[in-house]
Design a protein around this ligand. Structure first.
Ligand SMILES: C[S@@+](CC[C@H](N)C(=O)[O-])C[C@H]1O[C@@H](n2cnc3c(N)ncnc32)[C@H](O)[C@@H]1O
Length: 251
């Protein structure tokens, strides 16, 4: 299901077209992507040299861009969805309309590859990982976050999460979720030693955000932006639901 009211299969990329107006609404259905983008960008160091390239696989509308400001990268975003790429371009991203499993960029071109909340949408995530590793120069950095292939994740991210206003309903196909051990093994096969850690939205911050959002919607209509800070994404002991990965490409 998507914002246009038409019923689409789970994970159908056309959902992103129907939800195009939601990307940059901080209280919209992509709200949590903003929180995750900030946490992902925190894993990215300042550019090691002038002109360093960060390739953002599945960049969507470029939500990572504001969090990279001042770090010194050229930000290239790759995505299947043209309506999202148009918005990414408005935020300074150089866009490439392509599949993350076949990226038309040169081997070793990237100082950083980011893959935020995309692997769990790609039917062949192993090929996307191979592409991410191929794009990295030796010593380059892979940063990612994704959803784990566990019963708990299916429950929290889909059955519960997709009933909250922070996740579009039907956006996930849990059969595509990515087992963290398989991901580590696949990265290693392609020369990247990936370390993972579980992350989650801060509970208090999220509750406050939900309350502010509900109050603002009551007062001024659903388009209004709630005042106050966005919830933080925090490390947690378990990788069973949402996890981040960070790894360096061997030389
Ligand atoms: C959940 S959104 C995440 C967007 C962005 N990374 C962010 O965190 O804001 C998933 C994005 O992946 C894109 N996507 C899905 N499958 C893809 C594929 N095979 N190749 C490239 N992009 C893909 C979708 O179009 C969508 O923009």
């Amino acid at each position: 299901m998507s914002a246009g009211g038409r019923v689409l299969p789970p994970n159908d990329p056309r959902q992103y077209d129907d939800l195009a107006d939601e990307w940059w609404r901080p209280d919209g259905v992509f709200a949590m992507l903003h929180w995750l983008a900030r946490a992902r960008a925190a894993l990215v160091p300042p550019a090691p040299r002038p002109g360093a390239l960060l390739v953002d696989l599945g960049c969507g509308a470029g939500l990572l861009a504001p969090h990279l400001t001042g770090k010194g990268y050229r930000h290239v975003g790759v995505d299947l969805t043209r309506s999202a790429l148009a918005q990414a371009a408005e935020h300074g991203v150089t866009v490439v309309n392509a599949d993350a499993t076949a990226v038309p960029l040169a081997d070793g071109c990237a100082d950083v590859v980011a893959a935020g909340e995309v692997l769990e949408h790609v039917p062949d995530w192993r090929r996307a990982v191979a592409e991410a590793c191929r794009l990295l120069r030796p010593g380059g950095l892979l940063v990612l976050d994704t959803l784990n292939d566990t019963v708990l994740c299916r429950l929290l991210a889909v059955e519960i999460g997709e009933r909250l206003p922070t996740v579009p309903r039907g956006i996930h196909d849990p059969r595509l979720f990515v087992d963290h051990r398989q991901l580590i093994a696949e990265c290693a096969r392609h020369g990247v030693d990936l370390r993972v850690r579980g992350v989650r939205p801060g509970l208090r911050g999220t509750l406050r955000w939900l309350v502010r959002r509900a109050r603002a919607a009551g007062r001024r209509g659903p388009q209004s932006t709630p005042a106050g800070p966005a919830p933080e994404i925090k490390p947690t002991w378990s990788t069973a639901v949402l996890y981040q990965g960070r790894g360096v490409r061997r030389g």
